[in-house]
Design a protein around this ligand. Structure first.
Ligand SMILES: *Cc1c(COP(=O)(O)O)cnc(C)c1O
Length: 320
């Protein structure tokens, strides 16, 4: 299982290769909520999201034979990008499997980082089969975007940074999908501040971890399209780590609507001067919609900025 020391060790590896993203005080959100609100601007991280933290830590912890055989995953988004970046940095072979229906710009974005893109079939399941085959037959290591201890520890380095930058927090609002991010961050923050509460925020369309926690076990939840595309997808019926860790470490999970996410993206742009993708906006969206009665200084994590820039322009140009 995950230990605080794993996160401390991860930071020694990861910090050399990433930027320490700033924490800023938000005047607008503090006035809206009536408490002091801070923002962790991880949307400014290299590759546009926190995913390189986990990817670098996971690759660094492979043994020499595993490093030689390389890594494989299935992701068209931030994890694929983060893993490709980390593999290039550490000179490791990396294959990202995708369905043939993925837009060309996403394929190019990952190829530009030096990873091999393998296009198989017309849905995620067929691409998953190829990723599984590469790991079984060719000995490549499959790196899960969230259900991997070294990935979770890598994302946890964000918690160490947040504590150093703003030690007196009561609440942390953290975006939640598979749970690699929130479990790492909650482990770090709660170890350093026993009174702090960690609140997970997901979209209300197909919130797999929320529904699974309610059911008491990992369950299948139908995937739906959302502005917070980085939060869609399941937690795996064979979930090894993040279901249990979320149960232990996350105090509450709240859900936000598509309209609230759009308002969050607009707020980030017009009042905080930040470009965020949907998933990067859910934490502030939950504060703006007053979903949760918080007291005392609190932080919201803005975790990514990889949004189609034309879509972003359309969103920020409209009022609602
Ligand atoms: C991956 C991702 C998340 C969710 O992380 P989990 O570890 O799956 O909970 C949130 N925001 C962004 C921008 C992401 O890329």
């Amino acid at each position: 299982m995950l230990l605080f020391e794993d996160i401390v060790r991860a930071e020694k590896i990861v910090s050399k290769h990433i930027v320490t993203t700033p924490v800023v005080h938000s005047k607008a959100l503090s006035e809206a909520v009536g408490e002091q609100i801070y923002l962790k601007l991880e949307n400014q991280q290299i590759t546009g999201s926190f995913k390189i933290r986990g990817a670098i830590n996971a690759i660094s912890n492979l043994n020499p034979a595993q490093k030689k055989a390389g890594v494989v995953t299935l992701s068209t988004g931030n994890h694929g990008r983060g893993l490709a970046f980390a593999a290039k940095l550490m000179k490791i072979k990396c294959i990202i499997c995708m369905s043939k229906l993925v837009p060309e710009n996403k394929i190019e974005g990952i190829r530009a980082l030096g990873a091999e893109v393998r296009l198989i079939g017309t849905n995620q399941d067929e691409a998953q089969l190829e990723a599984d085959r590469l790991s079984i037959e060719e000995g490549m290591t499959y790196i899960s975007p969230f259900d991997n201890i070294n990935v979770i520890a890598g994302q946890g380095t964000l918690g160490l940074e947040i504590h150093r930058q703003t030690p007196k927090l009561n609440f942390a609002f953290i975006p939640l999908s598979g749970g690699g991010l929130i479990c790492g961050v909650a482990m770090a923050l709660k170890h350093l501040n026993r009174n702090l509460k960690v609140i997970g925020v997901s979209m209300d369309r197909g919130a797999a971890m929320y529904e699974s926690q309610k059911a008491g076990k990992p369950i299948f939840v139908k995937e739906e399209e959302s502005l917070a595309d980085a939060l869609t997808g399941g937690i795996g019926l064979d979930n090894k780590y993040t279901f249990e860790l979320t149960k232990q470490l996350v105090d509450e999970i709240i859900l936000v609507s598509e309209k609230e996410i759009a308002d969050g993206i607009r707020h980030a742009y017009w009042l905080e001067s930040q470009i965020v993708e949907g998933a990067g906006a859910v934490a502030i969206a939950s504060l703006l919609s007053n979903k949760f009665k918080l007291t005392g200084p609190s932080i919201a994590l803005m975790c990514g900025r990889n949004i189609n820039i034309e879509r972003h322009f359309t969103l920020i140009s409209s009022k609602s």
